[in-house]
Ligand binder design. Sequence first.
Ligand code: MG
Length: 156
Amino acid sequence: MRVGTGWDIHMLTEGRALVLGGVKIDSPKGCLGHSDGDALIHAVIDSLLGACSLGDIGTLFPDTDPRYKGISSAILLENVVSLVTENGYRIINVDTTVILQSPKLGPYKDAIRKRMSELLGVDESCFCIKAKTAEHMLGELGTGDAVVCQSACLVE
Ligand code: MG
């Protein structure tokens, strides 16, 4: 069994959709990014790649590559899950934390859990999302101008 961790941060700005865990969140601000900016999926991808020693998201999907401009991060995750499987690993569970000042993610947790477990090919009981605010601290995180996501996973 092998463990992996992942972390991602994105700036939040008006005029962009906020997509986290493959689910659109109703918000006046969304993630800036080369892809759709889904920081939760990006953190999960890095944890999976880390667990399998397969590099990192920036190496696999460079933000200078026009093929990935505006791409749904769900597609990137599907590619990584295939890569994990091809390398002989099976995902056991993925545990995540989202730090977002607003909006509150409570109403979206079930949908995110459902979508992420589908993408990961695991039972819903094997994906967890925990949501926290920054208690109005930590600069841009506390003012609602950034989102941070963390992921830990286990593969065998
Ligand atoms: Mg990212």
